[in-house]
Write a protein that binds this ligand. Structure first.
Ligand code: SDX
Length: 392
């Protein structure tokens, strides 16, 4: 594999790990799930199919996919007592904080899924997590709106249920435009896994202590929330809105982002690994054009995003630091066109990343990996004698 990292012999304590799930080449801008290119998967597969691929290692036959979807449907009912937990939050609570709490609470209602010790229990835990996470994730939105919480509709598809759970109101049936479902499928696929990013590493290290699957996923949700990670998709929209409200002067914001004394960064730009274009950003940028024109949506923020990209990519500061748009730069534009509120953008990232977290947790547990224990370089004081209070 080009760009494959070499593991130092002590890899068990070095913080890096072996994995068969996702291949990433930051120089070439390559991303593959189980050997399949992200471009082909985004174009030809659907989200549940890619979830199956990540978690079980192979693209499913139609029979396997139907079985997987039916087995997920067995667990889509979330315990009614969970509503007492969400009722305890203020409506102003950020959805990611509520989601992390609700995910952790799932442990209390599904003890068997906590630490599966055989293949069947592992499979059931996978299906339970896929089933319940998307429901509680949409409950966080319903809570902020003061709407009644919806139930998963087992007659609808997985991604179609996301829109049903989010927007169905007692006032009448909710029908989702197929183009919206196709856009969501593609976006969830593009977010599904990404090697050992911050939140996935969190899921693996929490799981390596044999904390259960729900507890590990809850920790991953918290890590993803940060604006340097998944929270960037919300921060990008807020940045674009600010630029728009300030006359659309993108050059001024590019200058701000270069100013060492200014903490402002161009959100949605740069990446720990991609020192070339993030392949997902390319696909999402095209999808943004397609979805907005298909839905007849004119969004000035898309034009601002493209101008910002153009100005930044011509600027030596960004070029010299290999700073390119990442997965978060254009995704929010599409979510906005689909009617998703900004505060929910990172929750959608979590729904997309869920199969990747599950796959990586499962791999780590099946490989019986040791408890994660990164080491450090000590830079503190050398040995020194204790000093009594009256002598300090
Ligand atoms: C995700 O890891 C993954 O795979 C993550 C992810 C996934 O799928 O899981 O891909 C999802 O998290 C994407 C990243 C989303 N975050 C953002 O868009 C936030 C804005 N980006 C930056 O904060 C930053 O680029 C990071 C956090 C993404 C990467 O940080 P690095 O690689 O540690 O870069 P750095 O902080 O060391 O910066 C290197 C230089 C610095 O300047 P100098 O000190 O060399 O003068 O580049 C500058 C930085 O100031 N820089 C930026 C910048 N990002 C880096 N300057 C302006 N704007 C930016 N966005």
């Amino acid at each position: 594999q080009t760009g494959a990292i070499t593991l130092d012999p002590g890899y068990k304590n070095s913080g890096s790990c072996k994995s068969e799930i996702t291949f990433l080449d930051g120089e070439e801008g390559i991303l593959r799930y189980r050997g399949y290119s992200i471009e082909e998967l985004a174009d030809k597969a659907d989200f549940l199919e890619v979830s199956y691929l990540l978690i079980f290692g192979e693209l499913p036959t139609q029979k396997q996919l139907d079985q997987f979807e039916n087995d997920i449907r067995k667990y889509t009912l979330v315990s009614e007592e969970m509503k007492n937990i969400i009722d305890g939050f203020p409506r102003t609570a950020h959805p990611m904080g509520v989601l992390s709490s609700l995910t952790s609470a799932l442990t209390a209602f599904n003890p068997k899924a906590v630490n599966p010790h055989n293949e069947k229990d592992m499979y059931d835990a996978v299906c339970k997590t896929m089933a319940k996470f998307i429901v509680i994730a949409t409950w966080t939105y319903r809570k902020t709106m003061g709407f009644p919480l919806n139930y998963y509709d087992n007659t609808k598809g997985y991604v179609e249920n996301f829109m049903h759970l989010m927007f169905e109101l007692p006032t009448g049936p909710y029908k989702t435009d197929k183009r919206v479902l196709d856009a969501l499928d593609k976006l969830f696929i593009l977010h599904a896994d990404h090697e050992q990013n911050c939140s996935t590493s969190t899921v693996r290290i929490v799981g390596s202590s044999h904390a259960g699957l729900f507890a590990s996923i809850a920790a991953g949700v918290s890590a993803l929330w940060g604006p340097l990670h998944g929270g960037a998709n919300q921060a990008v929209l807020e940045m674009l809105e600010e630029i728009h409200n300030n006359g659309g002067d993108v050059a001024k914001y590019v200058l701000k982002a270069k100013d060492k004394d200014d903490p402002f960064r161009l959100m949605g730009f740069g990446h720990r690994v991609y020192k070339n274009f993030d392949p997902r950003a390319k696909i999402i940028k095209k999808a943004a054009d397609d979805v907005l024109s298909a839905l007849g949506v004119q969004d000035p923020l898309l034009d601002i995003a493209k101008q910002l990209e153009q100005v930044a990519l011509e600027d030596d500061y960004f070029k010299s630091r290999n700073l390119y748009p990442n997965v978060d730069f254009y995704s929010g534009i599409i979510y906005r066109a689909l009617g998703i509120p900004t505060e929910m953008f990172t929750v959608l990232f979590a729904i997309g990343r869920l199969p990747g977290w599950i796959a990586q947790w499962k791999e780590m547990r099946i490989n019986k990996e040791p408890i994660g224990r990164p080491r450090q370089v000590y830079t503190g004081s050398p040995l020194r004698p204790f000093v009594e209070k009256d002598k300090r």
